[in-house]
Design a protein around this ligand. Sequence first.
Ligand code: NAD
Length: 290
Amino acid sequence: MSGSVAFIGLGKMGQPMVRRLLGAGHRVTGQDLSAAAVAALKEEPGFQSTASAIDAAKGAPVIILMLPDSPAVDTLLWDAGLAASLQPGQLVLDMGSSDPVRSRDNAARLVQSGIAFVDAPVSGGVKRAVDGSLAIMMGGEAEAVERVRPLLQAMGKTIVHVGAAGAGHAVKALNNYVSASGLLAVCEALTAAEAFGIDPHKVNQVFNASTGRNNTTDVKVETFMLSGAFNSGFALALMRKDLQTAQAFIDRMGTEDKFAQACLSAWKQAEEGLDPGADHTAMYRFIRGR
Ligand code: NAD
């Protein structure tokens, strides 16, 4: 095998992750449906773009997918013929936020052809993709997980093997459910406080020194929400997709999902009310505008 890592999906997260791999001395063959996404990496030493995902994967020991969702992964693997083009011994590493049940199925189908599968979604956003400090949760067989660990160490700091194939994607969806519900609560709280005449900057200052503190109050309120920038780099549509995955997963497990349903419904309304490319932090603008 060539030794180059294949990387499919060079979007907001894929680009900085590829730069981390290149910085750690890996060669990368990459592909994206968007010419602009490929062009952004063209000048990077060690990076080579290919005409198709199948070309990128040829001879690569590990094929990393950083695609929007499970439909995109399944289309590429099964309809576009990527899976059929792979050889025994290759490994598919799905780092996007895919659906855990579909990932478990993908692992089972690939293993029949001698191809390993690891799901290793990430948390931390574009900023932590740039500095290589992502949190990474892995699902898969222990041997396969250890094979990809050195690659993941170039991109992330906290790397946890959480269970069998699909378990990484389950934990990722559940994490984003907890994160999205925290962000929604902060938006409602800040808007109510402001309606009472309290400065939202002061409210957040108090939250950050109190038990209401969470990732939104800590890193999003000032920088992306009260500033009016709404440019964290994580689309609202992707957050809604993650919430839908989490709610469907909880439902399938037969455990309590009332709050997840309410949260998902609020994010769906925001998606319908905001422009298609809106950042997830624009939830604040949506709640405030109502
Ligand atoms: P993005 O939309 O910026 O990038 C996805 C890329 O995949 C696009 O460039 C698109 O052209 C490409 N693509 C789609 N189908 C393809 C195909 N068949 N072949 C080749 N390329 C294809 O999305 P992103 O923000 O980089 O997110 C990627 C994944 O990571 C998603 O699952 C998302 O939920 C997850 N994620 C994002 C963030 C974030 O902060 N942006 C954080 C954690 C996890």
